[in-house]
Design a protein around this ligand. Structure first.
Ligand code: ADP
Length: 677
């Protein structure tokens, strides 16, 4: 069988005194394997890999000259030498595609991180002292009409024990808060987001907004979603699209930008799409991120969303915004809009990834009407903690929101105390009493092998054999050999965050250890894509490997259903959805113990604090080759030598409940908490 590569086209005691109605501003493939002719320089490929595969020549052809070579622990991987580059905090513009631009010799950058260690809560850095927010006053039970701008005086130093208590309270509020009034009364919630699955999706954020909104609606809340009207959305996923607000004039620099607001249902959710009519052409660019003016684009969107809410007389109980792209929403709300009538909403700000923060210059103040430069360039507000004369939108979101969440409790600790906050650690320490973690759910209407129409054979935990029919279908689809081997898969953005060098190593480890390997991913960085194209060419004739470069939702479903194992060897991982989806499909996650992966995957052999029937995967700690090899070898051994145990593990994984039921409740607790306190 010769495969052809396709053309490259390329807290019970509620800390009332701490959380107030106001934010802390006063404290604050179908791959058709088609037709490309192999290039004349293509290496002759040894068919049917029964011995180690050496890809070094290919990489050398790529002139990856200035890299440091290394070999795997057992020397099975004689692949290309890798550049060992310490990953800098990519905080320049927040632009997605800047993630890997610091890798001159190989696109797969590497940060040699060890297992995350929490630092003592009492340790306060010099930077933290400099990042003291405004003084806190007792929480008013009744909401005043307006709030004062944040004073710049420093608060009294909090005792370490107090800090520990309030931090515990914040997470307790997430998990156990009960409102004093009617129990979780129905709320009007508006999600303001740059992404929404399935119509505008780059990563997990899109799935989260979709799944959370659905769960909140099922629980009787009124949920609306505001997002930009991108030209490249999947319009086939919108029902009843029509203009709902013809002439919205959004303040912008010295004038206004004319916008049209559209309405439509997306899987039953009420969505509003903002379409600006300006020469900037903010959202008609064929992709969601990756432009030099991304900060301006999303600052505009944030301002437009609030202007629309004001003009359309929308007064939600809760505004829930997401990531740096919408971090200016609470700033606008508390600095502008509450003074002109929007006094009701409270803001929950969810940070899906600290790596991208929206670092920018003062022009953003002029553009958005915030103006007072010296006011916002203050360490209590938007001044970046490290870059002089730079504004940090995400920091603004943290300072001004009533509550900040990130997408797993472990990542909440890592970002505040474990050096994973990309410079925002002191800010998080200062706002610790309103910062907690909620593990993402997944939408079991979309990701459920029992009802999944993207896979040929539906199955559940009682009919696991159906999985093997999908494995057969996956092999047919990808022209993989039909044999006894397990299929190990990777699905994800090809971003260094995802541990690309370990992904690559796992691929060769699998091929050399009686396993097949399937990869589906893409990157906005051409260097990274090229690297994987090169790998794909080299392995084109392998009957045990398939690399698919691109974004393909349908193929993703088949891979989740048809694979036996899913690797997620991330350098850092705020939550991770792939391991959660994989488990639902009975595909055993092999993950690094970091962030949300540590909160959701429990090692079959080593999770001694968990009963056997709650262990659902394989986990390794250190970000290195022995780490991933140890986990993969245990998984492959179990597959071959103890198939009964492996099947039990599949059942455990499929029974793990990572629906939105619990996270939905946690977000409602937070909404009540900020509404009542
Ligand atoms: P992140 O948000 O960092 O990208 P997550 O694991 O939280 O990572 O979410 C990734 C989501 O995107 C999952 O639903 C995964 O299946 C999907 N995904 C990632 N890359 C691709 C791709 N190339 N094709 C299809 N789906 C993809």
């Amino acid at each position: 069988m010769t495969k052809k590569i396709p053309e490259k086209n390329n807290a019970t005691t509620t800390p009332v005194k701490r959380v107030r109605k106001q934010p802390d501003v006063s404290a604050a493939k179908k791959s058709a394997k088609s037709t490309v002719k192999e290039s004349a320089t293509k290496k002759p490929t040894a068919k049917k890999t029964s011995k180690p595969i050496d890809v070094s020549p290919v990489i050398q052809d790529k002139a990856t000259a200035s890299v440091t070579s290394r070999k795997s622990a057992d020397q099975t991987d004689t692949g290309p030498a890798k550049g060992i580059v310490t990953a800098p905090a990519d905080r320049s513009t927040g632009s997605e595609n800047k993630a890997a631009t610091t890798t001159p010799s190989t696109p797969i950058e590497k940060t040699q991180t060890s297992a995350v260690q929490s630092v003592p809560e009492t340790s306060k850095s010099h930077e933290q002292q400099a990042d003291q927010p405004s003084a806190l006053s007792p929480s008013p039970v009744k909401q005043p009409d307006t709030i004062s701008p944040p004073p710049v005086s420093e608060p009294a130093e909090e005792q370490p024990e107090q800090q520990q208590q309030t931090e515990a309270d914040a997470q307790h509020a997430v998990e156990h808060y009960t409102p004093p009034g009617p129990q979780h009364s129905a709320k009007f919630i508006i999600q303001i987001t740059p992404e929404l699955a399935p119509l505008a999706k780059v990563g997990g954020l899109a799935d989260v907004v979709n799944g959370l909104s659905r769960e909140l609606a099922i629980r009787g809340n009124d949920v609306e979603i505001i997002l930009p009207k991108y030209d490249n959305m999947r319009y086939d996923q919108i029902w009843g699209l029509c203009v709902t607000y013809e002439d919205l004039w959004v303040p912008w620099y010295d004038g206004h930008v004319h916008c049209t607001v559209w309405f439509g249902f997306v899987h039953g959710r009420k969505c509003f799409f903002i379409e600006p009519h300006s020469a900037d052409n903010f959202f008609n660019r064929g992709s969601i991120y990756g432009f030099d003016d991304d900060v301006l684009r999303f600052a505009f969107f944030s301002r437009a969303a609030l202007e629309f809410m004001l003009k359309a007389d929308k007064h939600p109980d809760i505004i829930h915004c997401h990531d740096w792209q919408t971090a200016l929403v609470p700033v606008f709300l508390y600095e502008i809009y509450q003074h002109i009538g929007m006094t009701k909403p409270r803001v929950c700000f969810t940070i899906h990834n600290f790596k991208h923060q929206g670092i920018t210059g003062d022009f953003i103040l002029n553009a958005t009407g915030l103006q007072r430069s010296d006011y916002y360039f203050h360490h209590d507000r938007l001044l970046d903690n490290h870059i002089p004369h730079a504004l940090n939108l995400m920091k603004g979101g943290v300072v001004y929101s009533n509550f900040i969440t990130t997408v797993s409790p472990r990542y909440a600790v890592e970002t505040k105390d474990g050096g994973q906050g990309f410079g925002l650690e002191p800010t998080l320490h200062h706002h610790h009493y309103k910062y907690g973690g909620v593990v993402n759910g997944i939408d079991y209407d979309t990701w459920n092998p029992e009802i999944d129409t993207h896979i040929p054979v539906q199955y559940n935990v009682d009919t696991i054999d159906g999985k093997y029919a999908n494995k057969h279908a996956l092999r047919q689809h990808l022209l993989l050999a039909e044999n006894e081997k397990p299929i190990i898969a990777f699905i994800g953005r090809l971003d260094p965050q995802k541990g690309l060098d370990l992904v690559r190593h796992a691929l060769f480890y699998a091929l050399n250890n009686r396993a097949q390997f399937v990869l589906l991913g893409s990157s906005p960085d051409p260097d990274i894509n090229n690297y994987f194209w090169e790998l794909k060419r080299h392995l084109n004739d392998s009957p045990d490997c398939h690399i698919e470069i691109g974004f393909d939702e349908e193929l993703a479903h088949l891979i989740y259903a048809g694979s036996d194992m899913m690797i997620v060897p991330s350098q850092f991982e705020p939550c991770g959805l792939t391991q959660l989806i994989a488990m639902k499909y009975g595909t055993i996650p092999v993950v690094r113990s970091v962030g949300g992966l540590a909160d959701t995957v429990f090692d079959k052999d080593h999770a001694h604090d968990k009963p056997l029937n709650e262990r659902n995967g394989y986990v390794f700690n250190d970000y290195d080759i022995p780490g991933i090899e140890s986990a993969l070898s245990r998984a492959i051994s179990c597959y071959y030598q103890y198939p009964g145990h492996f099947r039990d593990l599949i059942a455990n994984a499929m029974r793990s409940d990572y629906s939105w039921r619990l996270p939905g409740q946690h977000y409602l607790n937070i909404y009540d908490y900020i509404a009542y306190n």
